[in-house]
Write a protein that binds this ligand. Structure first.
Ligand code: ARG
Ligand code: ZN
Ligand code: CA
Length: 258
């Protein structure tokens, strides 16, 4: 099938100062990164090593800003909410609740909710896997400093190319971390057959072949968006990951396609 799916997104910008109240242009930059990465139109696709190119793919999933809000009124797809909270704790999801200084989710059957704010404890972002959260908590949370690509995003190198969103939306569409989850461990898996077994997450941006778990000759796929490598080091989803995400969109998250 060559059908392309477009998912309406709402960015909920929750801010306590003007730095956190990121611009529309920065949000648009993030949307462009998401679309480039998911459609394999990313400028650095050529950095995928030749031995991983055969499994690298366009997922045929793309993202657009919502044009109608839940009441049917026109929207830019960006909500802006001033809060008295200077930081949000990822363990209690207050950013997702207007009665707690955040903003309530829009209907998850119609939108991907992406909350943007000052998240505590060096958390870049987090997401709910399909079928794991109540509707009011379903979506992605991103630290405001990860949004968009440089120069629109002037903030935290090496996470200033907008790939935290790519990674978190991968989770929201069902993908696990590429090393499986336990660390270090060769006996767990991400459940995807064309990502090499890998014992632990990657830090920074290595070069060449990094072997673990007898995964020679090509080694760890640290260029995968579902690793923890630097943004500049990431450049692919695999066919197995794309198939998995499309399967989620035809099952658990199928309401979004109507
Ligand atoms: N630590 C976060 C997570 O597990 C995000 C990691 C994002 N990595 C990046 N290079 N932007 O979901
Ligand atoms: Zn993750
Ligand atoms: Ca695998």
């Amino acid at each position: 099938v060559t059908t392309t799916i477009s998912i309406p997104v709402v960015f909920h910008v929750v801010y306590s100062n003007s730095t956190e109240n990121i611009s529309d242009a920065q949000v648009m930059s993030q949307l462009e990164v998401l679309n480039a990465d998911f459609r394999r139109m990313n400028a650095d696709a050529a950095n995928t090593p030749s031995y991983f190119q055969p499994v690298a793919t366009d997922t045929r999933i793309e993202f657009c800003l919502a044009t109608l809000d839940p009441n049917g009124n026109p929207t830019s797809g960006i909500t802006r909410t001033q809060t008295s909270r200077t930081e949000f704790d990822y363990t209690n999801d207050q950013i997702k609740s207007s009665s707690n200084g955040g903003v309530d989710a829009w209907d998850r059957n119609r939108y991907l909710n992406i909350w943007v704010g000052a998240i505590k404890d060096d958390i870049l972002g987090y997401a709910t896997l399909p079928g794991t959260a109540p509707a009011r908590l379903d979506g992605v949370v991103l630290h405001y400093a990860t949004i968009g690509a440089a120069p629109a995003n002037p903030f935290i190198w090496p996470y200033n190319m907008g790939r935290t969103a790519t990674h978190e939306v991968g989770h929201w569409l069902g993908l696990e971390h590429i090393w499986g989850g336990d660390e270090p461990s060769c006996s767990d898996s991400d459940g995807i057959s064309d990502t090499p077994n890998q014992d632990d997450y990657t830090v920074g941006c290595p070069s060449g072949i990094q072997l673990s778990c007898n995964n020679g000759p090509y080694g760890n796929m640290y260029q995968n968006y579902m690793d923890y490598s630097d943004d500049a080091c990431m450049n692919l989803f695999t066919k197995g990951q794309a198939d998995y995400m499309n399967a989620v969109l035809s099952t658990t998250r199928k309401a979004l396609l109507n």
